[in-house]
Design a protein. Structure first.
Length: 284
């Protein structure tokens, strides 16, 4: 599609990413002369996939936050739907984690998980539950001053308060999400709220601390079974790694509670407890 002009506004450049549902291209906004990322939905997409695509645009557009990817435009041509977003220069958190040969310093853990939590707290305050929070959906960007910024992306499975639609989004008996980061209620294909995102934050915090999510298995079904029924194992850090603050481990285990009511009830509560946990580290 290189060279194609979309909606008389965006000239498509190089392909920068591709998935089963959509392709992402670098593009130029012809009026403003600025680079953007143009996400184009494949033409053969099902009705549910088209709904997810529209949901992604609506959810992210509600959020004006430095740790959430900025959506600039959403529209459709005769052939496809598209979302125009800020062009991010960096890499997914999943790629960054894959490169680590040992758990990163607690300063890096704090930097990343706090920013992701800030993004999800802003989403919850705006009536948005992400429902697919995972390292692949967090992008690490380097700003001009060298500062690392974490950006949450892909709100395609989000629940948006006030839309008046079924919050499970999928047909009965199906699931939506990624097993390594799915809450027990999500594994059961039940309606989910902010505590489901808190559970995913607990899974991501675990992975940042030990380079493995809390539960593994030979199949997605086995992983989901453990999410639903197995108690969260204690953190597994190599000998010689920085000692974790006790409050951080308590928060991690609380976030991974099987019952929604036993977890922090929102990302804002999780964020506040994170701050206290890391204050313990700084004052030791």
């Amino acid at each position: 599609m290189k060279g194609t002009v979309v909606a008389e506004l965006y000239r498509i450049g190089d392909l920068i990413g591709q998935g089963g549902m959509a392709s992402v291209y670098e593009a130029e906004h012809l009026t403003l002369g600025i680079p953007v990322a143009l996400k184009i939905l494949h033409g053969e997409a099902t009705e549910e996939v088209r709904e997810r695509f529209a949901r992604e645009a609506h959810a992210a557009s509600r959020l004006a936050h430095p740790n959430v990817v900025r959506v600039l435009d959403y529209g459709a041509t005769e052939s496809f739907q598209f979302i125009a977003m800020e062009l991010l220069d960096g890499e997914p958190l999943a790629t960054w984690l894959w490169r680590q040969t040992e758990p990163p310093p607690l300063s890096d853990v704090r930097d990343i998980i706090v920013q992701v939590t800030e993004a999800i707290a802003a989403a919850h305050a705006a009536g948005v539950v992400h429902r697919d929070l995972k390292p692949e959906n967090v992008f690490l960007v380097r700003e001009g001053d060298g500062r690392r910024v974490a950006k949450v992306v892909d709100f395609g499975l989000a629940f948006i308060e006030g839309l008046g639609v079924d919050v499970t989004l999928t047909q009965p008996g199906t699931i939506a999400g990624t097993p390594y980061y799915m809450s027990p209620e999500q594994c059961r294909s039940l309606r989910v709220g902010p505590p489901a995102d808190v559970y995913a934050l607990g899974c991501m915090l675990t992975e940042l601390l030990q380079l493995e999510p809390p539960f593994d298995g030979a199949t997605p079904a086995e992983i989901m079974s453990r999410q639903m029924f197995a108690p969260a194992p204690p953190i597994a850090r190599p000998s010689g790694a920085e000692a974790m603050p006790a409050r951080l481990e308590r928060l991690r285990l609380d976030a991974l509670a099987k019952s929604e009511s036993s977890r922090p009830q929102s990302a804002a509560e999780f964020r506040d407890r994170l701050a206290r946990a890391f204050e313990e580290e700084l004052t030791r």
